[in-house]
Design a protein around this ligand. Structure first.
Ligand SMILES: [Zn+2]
Ligand SMILES: [Zn+2]
Length: 343
């Protein structure tokens, strides 16, 4: 009788490689061909990303990188806990099935799982009830993600926040991530006319307002990241950087205070490559956001003091899709020139 618990072959290409050692290949299920990866550095946040196997470096990859913190390691070091748990539960089920089979064989039970001894008055029936394999949950993965293709090595991957590094070639692709962030807003803007036709002017108007809000959020988040990078490159400690960030608060949401704060933190001119006209245009468009967000689009006195656009108090402010597009263009210009300066 074979003393093997697991048969050779099968779904997982099982192979006995030693007296009590087996090799199995357990594929990780994916919805879209992208496999989840986790940064081995426990302090990295969000630390989770996905890569499409067969893209990027397909041969002889020795090292892989975390897109957020650039921690390097062997590709296997990036296996997620959910994947390890999944593989272990698949393995447990295979072992339980193997043990069941060995028991039935040893007891001489047929496919009915029953055996009857004797007949007439003395009859004994033996039944073997096998344990049910566990339900194997699929590794849970977040739906909200940013898909990106590395312009250097072609790796198709997805991240869950603004990242910097390509997981395969380790190159700095931060600006590519920034482009993708703005690209999402541009996609929303590109269907505004259709939304107006189908759902009315107010819905289309809200899409544009939300688009402007998102441009300001991306601008702010990216400037914070650039400031952190600059301070870290200059040897500032993690704690000291956190204190500086507290001081920055939301000053990157406003163009005037953004310039002042960026200079105070880095000693650099945020608008060194941008014309005065462009800075002024961006400031005016960004300023529209405040009354839009806090006053349901009705101009208040505070707004009129800051921008002299000719809008009358109490009249609804209009922000157009074209203005949001212009804000994206100028924001990208400012960000890319300052990123080159800081890194
Ligand atoms: Zn990391
Ligand atoms: Zn790459």
């Amino acid at each position: 009788m074979s003393n093997s618990i697991l048969d050779d072959g099968g779904d997982f290409q099982t192979r006995k490689v030693g007296p009590d050692q087996y090799e199995m290949h357990i594929p990780i299920p994916t919805n879209d061909g992208l496999v989840g990866r986790e940064c081995p550095n426990a302090e990295c946040s969000p630390g989770y990303f996905k890569v499409k196997l067969g893209t990027g470096l397909t041969e002889g990859q020795v090292l892989a990188y975390c897109p957020y913190c650039r921690q390097e390691g062997e590709p296997n070091d990036f296996t997620t806990q959910a994947q390890i748990d999944y593989a272990l539960s698949v393995l447990k089920n295979e072992v339980v099935k193997g043990i069941d089979k060995s028991f039935q064989k040893a007891l001489g039970l047929g496919s009915s799982h029953k055996k009857t001894y004797g007949s007439g008055m003395f009859k004994m029936e033996m039944t073997y009830k096998s344990s049910k394999p566990d339900y194997v949950p699929r590794p849970l993965e977040e739906e909200l993600r940013r898909d990106i293709i590395c312009p250097n090595c072609g790796l198709e991957h997805a991240v869950f926040g603004l990242a910097t590094w390509c997981p395969d070639c380790g190159k700095d692709i931060f600006m590519c991530h920034v482009e993708t962030e703005f690209g999402v807003i541009q996609k929303v803007l590109s269907v505004v006319d259709k939304r107006r036709e189908e759902l009315g002017a107010r819905v289309a108007g809200r899409d544009i307002e939300n688009g402007l809000e998102d441009v300001v959020s991306v601008f702010e988040a990216v400037l914070k990241i650039i400031t952190i990078k600059h301070l870290a490159n200059n040897g500032m400690s993690h704690d000291e950087i956190s204190k500086r960030l507290e001081k920055i608060r939301n000053s990157y949401q406003n163009i005037n205070s953004a310039g002042e704060t960026f200079h105070a933190q880095t000693g650099l001119d945020l608008f060194h490559n941008t014309s005065q006209d462009e800075v002024e245009t961006l400031r005016t468009i960004f300023e529209k956001r405040h009354p839009l967000t806090h006053n349901l689009g009705v101009v208040d006195k505070k707004y009129l003091e800051r921008v002299r656009t000719g809008d009358t108090e109490g009249r609804e402010i209009r922000v157009t899709a074209q203005e949001v597009e212009i804000a994206i263009g100028i924001s990208k210009k400012i960000i890319s020139s300052v990123y080159n300066l800081c890194t």
